[in-house]
Design a protein. Structure first.
Length: 219
């Protein structure tokens, strides 16, 4: 059944990305939400190998992000709602965290955050949009924290999903505030839907812990 739902998601996601016109906007929003509904169903059907609490919080985050998909056409409303969605993911990843972020991952993450803050938020401060600039910095901070905590889980699916989410949001922000990116919608939505699927699938990731005798693995 999970495979059927996943196949339906791929089909509906492709239909939305490549075939749904921008108008009427109400129909476009409706079609945009269908893949997220299918992702939530996929997550609900996934056995929780991390923990039951992890599954509940991830599903809550997916639901909030689905709402954000609908209100993103009112930019600040979408930004705030996605911000809340990332908080759910942060809480979930924190509950599964069991390792430190290695230096080779920490440096690029910090560099990414600083670069995006200077480039994107700085462009808004330069034109007098101070409130929007502060909002962008806050959003960069929360998505950076989300990626950081995902890496701390050691769960490859969660890490992949978090990084894809960061990439998707970066493309969207650069296109909106700095320079137009060709095929932006396809880049943003393909990576965004993929990010959500990976995060949902991480519910079924197997957490590996070590007993006192590190030669014995407890799965």
């Amino acid at each position: 059944m999970r495979n059927i739902v996943l196949t339906a998601f791929i089909i509906m996601g492709a239909i939305y990305i490549f075939f749904i016109p921008p108008d009427p906007i109400g129909f476009k929003i409706f079609m945009k939400l269908i893949p997220m509904v299918l992702i939530i169903m996929f997550a609900a059907m996934t056995p929780p190998l991390v923990s039951q609490n992890y599954k509940r919080v991830i599903i809550a985050g997916l639901f909030v992000c689905m709402i954000a998909d609908g209100v993103i056409y009112w930019f600040m409303a979408g930004l705030i709602t996605f911000f809340i969605g990332h908080l759910f993911y942060i809480f979930a990843f924190t509950s599964a965290s069991r390792k430190r972020v290695p230096i080779w991952a920490a440096i690029p993450l910090v560099f990414y955050g600083a670069t995006m803050a200077i480039w994107i938020a700085g462009s808004q401060f330069a034109v007098g949009e101070s409130i929007l600039g502060v909002a962008i910095i806050a959003y960069i901070a929360v998505i950076l924290t989300m990626g950081w905590m995902a890496i701390r889980t050691g769960l490859r699916l969660a890490i992949t999903g978090a990084l894809l989410f960061m990439f998707s949001d970066s493309v969207l922000a650069i296109d909106r505030f700095v320079v137009e990116i060709p095929f932006r919608d396809a880049f943003v939505m393909v990576t965004y839907y993929a990010a959500q699927v990976f995060i949902a699938a991480s519910i079924g990731s197997r957490v590996v812990k070590y007993s006192v005798n590190r030669n014995n693995l407890i799965r």
